[in-house]
Design a protein around this ligand. Structure first.
Ligand SMILES: Cc1ncc(COP(=O)(O)O)c(C=O)c1O
Length: 391
């Protein structure tokens, strides 16, 4: 039977690679899973007050369809959070989604038509390219200096064509941990305004930064056509509950999308109502669980980056945020990055993700690993990687 070419072409390297790991496990080898960026699979849990809010909502009978845009109190609390980061919006500019993933799908499907181009930071989180392609568009990668955490503005300018509709930013970034500073964000907003482009900015890791204060796109947005994507999977440790949101900046240029995109929210009915109550509690309740989580994973980052940089043939810029390291494979002794990752998995049982899965142009020749496991597991995985690259 027929399947569409669009669907057959969808890839998601982070999960696709697990099939290879299962085969290795079936042969009796233990596998260290350093592929999935899910803190909850590594022992971090939402705090008790948040879990209790979910249970209470269920027990209080909040088990029906929510409104499509989401609970008013939750949207008000989200607007407060985004306004503290620099936007100036109300609950009306927020739409609650089933994770950033659904929000991204809604935004891309609202703005991309056949042949339209969308600029993505190289390397990027894979669903950005998948959704652009799925909706008939063309993902175009722009260069980012991974050592200095800066976008290459000239490269972006040279890649803007009459077909370009948007610039996507992910800060802090998956897979590189790059965080853009205020100056870079300002330059990006200026370019977008000059060329009449949307800025779509994914800030799902906004509170997971280690060395410098985070600056969100809201701080420099003014009245530009900025759309923020954010959610509760990472900072708030609610990955399995599937909740996120779209925040529209107060910009007249966004009037058309603000009118049309909510139709997609109505078609998919709503997000889970009990989970929305839990998300509300996670914003209103004590926030110390976030700083505890971040200071814990900072230790893990420091260990992993130090160890990787001591290994022959690898170099790893210091990630400023999120929970990924993106080392460069300095020689092609192991073949392509995909071959490197496969051989590492098959010989040592360490599962990472090939860099080209995050964009061929700038991801190739790298691999990504998550530093969420505890220090002991990470140290042992680092020993295995060291043995592998030293052979
Ligand atoms: C940059 C980025 N955006 C979005 C997501 C997925 O978010 P959600 O769980 O809210 O769908 C991830 C998950 O890894 C991510 O790294």
């Amino acid at each position: 039977m027929k399947v569409s070419k669009k669907v057959a072409g969808v890839e998601y390297a982070i999960r696709d690679i697990v099939l290879a790991a299962r085969k290795v496990q079936q042969k009796g080898m233990q596998v260290d899973y350093l592929n999935i960026g899910d803190p909850v699979q590594f022992g971090f849990q939402p705090p008790d007050n948040v879990k209790q809010a979910l249970i209470n909502a269920i027990n209080n009978g909040e088990n029906y369809y929510s409104t499509s845009e989401g609970l008013l109190e939750l949207r008000q609390e989200i607007a407060k959070k985004e306004n503290a980061k620099g936007l100036s919006i109300s609950a009306d500019e927020i739409l609650v989604t089933n994770g950033v993933s659904e929000g991204l799908d809604m935004v891309i499907s609202s703005i991309v038509e056949e042949g339209d181009e969308v600029l993505l930071p190289g390397p990027y989180y894979p669903p950005y390219a998948s959704y652009v392609r799925l909706h008939g568009g063309i993902p175009v990668e722009f260069a980012v200096d991974l050592d200095n955490s800066t976008p290459d503005i000239d490269d972006i300018k040279s890649k803007i064509t009459s077909k370009t509709v948007a610039i996507c930013l992910i800060s802090p970034n998956n897979p590189t941990g790059v965080v853009f500073n205020e100056k870079s964000l300002r330059e990006l907003v200026d370019i977008a305004n000059q060329h009449n482009l949307y800025i779509i900015c994914d800030e799902i890791y906004d509170q997971i930064v280690f060395d410098e204060k985070f600056v969100g796109i809201g701080k420099v947005a003014g009245d530009s056509p900025v759309i923020v994507l954010n959610g509760f999977s990472k900072v708030h440790l609610m990955s399995g509950w599937r909740i996120g949101y779209i925040a529209f900046n107060n910009s007249p240029k966004l009037d058309a999308i603000r009118e049309n995109l909510p139709k997609l929210a109505r078609v998919r009915i709503a997000t889970s109502l009990p989970v929305q109550h839990a998300a509300l509690e996670s914003l209103r309740g004590p926030q110390d669980y976030i700083s505890n989580f971040v200071s814990e994973i900072k230790k893990r980052r420091d260990l992993v980056v130090k160890r990787l940089n001591e290994m022959p043939g690898l170099s790893c810029p210091n990630p400023k945020g999120s929970f990924y390291a993106f080392p460069k494979i300095e020689n092609d002794r192991f073949g392509t990055d995909k071959e490197f990752v496969t051989k590492l998995l098959e010989s040592k049982g360490v599962l990472t993700v090939h860099g080209s899965g995050f964009g061929e142009q700038y991801g190739s020749g790298h691999f990504r690993l998550v530093y969420l496991p505890n220090l002991e597991t990470l140290d042992s995985a680092m020993n295995k990687i060291e043995e592998f690259v030293s052979q």
